[in-house]
Ligand binder design. Structure first.
Ligand code: SF4
Length: 938
């Protein structure tokens, strides 16, 4: 466990507590420092050491351990030392080292922080605020706080003003006011054994890019929802909430997420970037080009402490240049200069580049303002060359501007850097194989070499520098060729005149000789350029392909910049490997793909099927290929839609063996389409059904529907139903259980199904055997048992069996268990020939009104009679029962004390005296009715 914090750890903690934890316990997850980052650190140390020269009386605190350094510092203070370098203190578990501490008369101190920047930055103030806090805790009080930094106005060799001091005493007030809380929080973090659970967010970039990004962001799909522009306030909180829920990718942003119009537009562009071409701008720029074309690039160094005459801090000076010269006859030359010792390289660079760049022809650079500035500075620093250098400056042509203004490809990811643009336009070229990955690294490496710090790596580093620089300018050549050979000819506004002006024109015989030479060159890049020019020489040129090595033919066949004529020759290459490469090249024209789709070698056909640009008509051909690898490739092809396959699957003309291939494709929609095709054999249908039942796709709704249809079809043979009875899908099992064709064995299997609904359907199945009914009679589910009872009713096993079943389930008193019975049972029991059961139902006080009404209209007489005695009857039921054909029923109505007066009045005229007597006996019969009855003949 760590015992103290340092300034840099606290600054990390102020950005993110997880960063602090990772730095302390999992440093290996940190991204490696690049050469340029290391160089910046070394530069800082160099400036720090230089600053001490301004204080000759200073004492440097040096000790092996922090405890030693703290003790030495205390001793020096007690001894009365006036100036300390690297004085070390601890307070509140924070250790600091002060660059320079100066004692003043008042016994207060002046604190000076040395920085290699050219101005005071916010992080310097935070750094000093931490030092001030710790010094106060050590009873050292500061009268003044300063930042000593580089002065841009200093000019070599006068270093008297190289460093200047800026008083920041007032600026520091209020900075890091939450420092004590931050310290507590950080200490708590460091006491944790587990990595803090902190999500990624805007803080991963602010205030500094976090060196643990590759660790925390691993597997996160770009662009993320954090890339939405102008996120702040509530909207940023909502984004953080989504991140907390595990939503990172912009693709997963909920549709209803509130965005401003501009944000919504930015999201649309990020998700669906489009190729943007400004033809006019491109044509205007290219029309300015003049052969020969010089593809040119400087490598420079910009040290904090200038090294040569007239240079200022951080001013660039070139130590290397690279130049490819493309002549209009196609010839490509390469020139470079790399200064290899510690002397001033500028004049040597100038002399060499003046010789290389000649007096005419466009000089193509990538980001003109950099090269122009360097040329302008060299012209000022070396006036004797100023005229030529300024003329060179006039000839600069900026390739970068094409990508800035006129050509944006979705795969550039919004970048215009050469490293992003190159692999998109020239996929076979990238910087990945180079040891040096950028200009910053080139600077750092050269600095190491000329300062004699490269050791035995010197020669390798020089070779790496040359390779990197050469790649930079060759990349520009390759991009230029793509524009000239592919992009410009496609433009509507291109004129023949411009094409003629830009195209490589060759004097035939002389050019052919050069071409042959170049094809044999040891330099692969020169060979490739020559290969790409073969078609310019017609058949004669293309015949030379026979002399080209397999390796070079392979490169040519893969290259998206290869011309149609050359691809056409390679499509007939004797090597099937080369034909495969042509088949996989996205630039291979359709007619060649068609030809290759009939190639004798299945791998060539498979590559055609894989090629994303292969037209559907060719894929239609390949989908019925004799080789399954080819068919599989078509099935995986993103353009070969399910819809198209479905069409084929439902086509009665599709051969049976192809149906089998489709049936194995694993896509439920296609398999279904095959399954639904009435022309497939019963065997294939059965196989499909088995496949569905064995795979997870059985649960897919459309598959389940198909299985249900088969399961419910009374014509489905027993054997298929037997298979379907094994389905994991409830609804399929239900249909099998209902199907009259389902065998006894299958019903028996389903009678053990875990779902009661299935067992219920088994019980309902009209063909269920008495033996199976016996088994289900003891089912744990009430509904199932009831159903068994009704099946038995249907089987005429009415009396004893019903009673047995009912009393078996409900003990002996049915009336007390009526609440447990379903309406269907109640209704049916009313029809029991056992009058006691019917009467129980008729008397049941919670009998649903609908059943009551039904039974009043139609039921056995003893049930209707019982109903007629109920006190909860509606007028309608009273009316109906008062006209019942059965005297007993009418008499019970007449006796009912709830019978309304008008009905009693009607019953007082009933044909049967027994009914009229009941009316007379009813205490609720009104007087006027009784008066009538007083005259009754009976
Ligand atoms: S990447 Fe982000 S979350 Fe991870 S440690 Fe750095 S700042 Fe924290």
């Amino acid at each position: 466990m760590i015992s103290f914090l340092t300034k840099s750890k606290l600054l990390s903690a102020s950005q993110c507590q997880k960063r602090l934890w990772l730095e302390t316990y999992q440093g290996e997850a940190r991204e490696e420092l690049s050469y340029s980052q290391q160089r910046r650190i070394e530069q800082g140390l160099e400036v720090g050491a230089y600053a001490r020269q301004y204080f000759p009386q200073g004492t440097l605190i040096e000790g092996e351990t922090i405890e030693d350094q703290i003790e030495q510092t205390q001793n020096a203070i007690e001894k009365g030392e006036k100036c300390l370098f690297e004085a070390t203190f601890m307070f509140d578990n924070i250790v600091i080292r002060c660059d320079i501490l100066l004692r003043e008369e008042s016994d207060k101190w002046q604190l000076i922080e040395v920085k290699s920047s050219t101005k005071v930055k916010d992080e310097h103030l935070q750094d000093l605020a931490i030092q001030k806090y710790v010094l106060a805790g050590n009873d050292l009080f500061l009268s003044n706080i300063q930042v000593m930094h580089i002065n841009r106005d200093c000019v070599y060799p006068d270093f008297s003003n190289l460093l200047i001091r800026e008083d920041v005493t007032q600026q520091i007030k209020g900075v890091f006011s939450n420092l004590p809380q931050l310290i507590r929080h950080s200490q708590n973090t460091l006491e944790r054994e587990e990595i803090p659970d902190i999500n990624i967010g805007k803080h991963c970039e602010k205030p500094y890019p976090c060196p643990f990004k590759s660790f925390c962001w691993e597997g996160i799909e770009e662009p993320t929802i954090l890339s939405i522009p102008n996120l702040r306030g509530r909207r940023l909180d909502q984004i953080n909430d989504l991140i907390a829920q595990g939503i990172y990718s912009l693709r997963d942003l909920p549709e209803d997420f509130p965005l401003t119009e501009k944000q919504a537009e930015a999201v649309r562009e990020k998700l669906n970037p489009e190729l943007m071409i400004n033809e006019q701008g491109i044509l205007e720029k290219f029309s300015q080009l003049e052969y020969p074309l010089y593809f040119f690039d400087f490598e420079t160094l910009d040290p904090a402490i200038p090294r040569f005459e007239g240079l200022q801090p951080y001013q660039h000076f070139p130590f290397q240049y690279s130049c490819h010269i493309l002549h209009q006859n196609g010839e490509l030359e390469y020139h470079t200069y790399l200064h290899e010792n510690e002397t001033d390289p500028r004049e040597k660079v100038i002399e060499s580049l003046l010789e290389t760049l000649g007096e005419k022809g466009s000089i193509i650079v990538y980001y003109q303002s950099f090269e122009a500035q360097r040329l302008g500075e060299l012209a000022e620093q070396f006036p004797e060359y100023s005229t030529q250098l300024n003329q060179i400056k006039e000839r600069l042509w900026d390739q970068w501007k094409i990508f800035k203004d006129d050509y944006q490809h979705p795969d550039f990811g919004g970048s215009t850097s050469l490293k992003k643009v190159l692999p998109v336009l020239v996929p076979e070229m990238s910087y990945d194989n180079l040891d040096i990955q950028g200009g910053d690294e080139a600077q750092a490496l050269w600095d190491l070499v000329i300062q004699g710090k490269a050791g035995n790596q010197r020669e390798k580093m020089l070779a790496d520098l040359k390779a990197y620089s050469e790649q930079d300018t060759y990349a520009m050549v390759a991009i230029h060729q793509i524009f000239i050979n592919q992009i410009l000819p496609e433009m509507e506004g291109i004129t023949n005149e411009l094409l003629e002006k830009l195209k490589i024109v060759t004097e035939h015989s002389a050019g052919l000789e050069t071409l042959k030479e170049n094809l044999n060159s040891a330099d692969q890049e020169i060979r490739l350029i020559a290969l790409h020019q073969l078609h310019n020489y017609g058949e004669e040129g293309l015949k030379l392909l026979d002399l080209v090595s397999l390796e070079d033919r392979e490169k040519l066949a893969q290259d998206k910049a290869t011309s149609e004529e050359i691809l056409s020759c390679l499509a007939n290459d004797q090597s099937s490997w080369i034909r495969e490469q042509v088949a996989s090249n996205e630039k291979t024209p359709d007619y060649l793909l068609e030809r290759l789709a009939e190639d004798e070698h299945y791998r060539v056909r498979a590559e055609v099927a894989i090629n994303q640009k292969t037209p559907l008509t060719v894929l239609d051909w390949l989908i019925v290929d004799a080789d399954y690898d080819v068919v599989e490739a078509v099935l995986d092809h993103p353009s070969y839609s399910v819809h198209r396959l479905q069409k084929i699957a439902s086509d009665p003309n599709t051969p049976e063996e192809f149906f089998e291939k489709l049936a194995n494709c694993g896509d439920p929609k296609i398999c279904l389409q095959v399954a639904n095709n009435t022309d497939i054999s019963p065997k294939l249908r059965e196989n499909l059904l088995e496949n569905f039942l064995e795979s997870d796709i059985e649960e897919e709704e459309e598959v389940a529907t198909w299985l249900r249809e088969i399961a419910s079809d009374p014509k489905t043979p027993e054997e298929l139903l037997e298979k379907l009875a094994n389905s994991k899908n409830l609804t399929v099992c239900l249909e099998v259980a209902k199907n009259p064709n389902t065998s006894e064995e299958s019903l028996e299997k389903l009678a053990k199904n875990e779902h009661w609904e299935v067992r219920l359907e088994v019980a309902k199945n009209p063909y269920i055997s008495p033996e199976l009914l016996e088994i289900l009679e003891d089912d744990e589910d009430l509904d199932v048992r009831e159903e068994v009872a009704f099946q038995k009713l249907d089987m005429q096993e009415i009396d004893s069996d019903l009673e047995k079943l009912i009393y078996h389930d409900y003990d002996e008193d049915l009336a007390e268990r009526l609440d447990e019975l379903s309406p269907r049972v109640l209704r049916s029991l009313a029809w029991s020939i056992n009058p006691e059961i019917g009467e129980s139902i008729a008397k049941y006080k919670n009998l649903p009104s609908q059943i009551l009404e039904e039974l009043a209209f139609e039921s056995p007489v003893f049930v209707r009679a019982e109903i007629a005695g109920r006190s909860d009857l509606s007028n309608e039921i009273f009316n109906k029962l008062a006209t019942d054909e059965d005297t007993e029923v009418r008499a019970r109505v007449a006796r009912n004390q709830k019978t309304p007066a008008p009905i009693l009045e009607k019953l007082a005229e009933d044909e049967h005296h027994w009914v009229r007597e009941e009316v007379a006996a009813n205490p609720n019969t009104p007087n006027y009715v009784l008066e009538k009855l007083a005259n009754d003949p009976n």
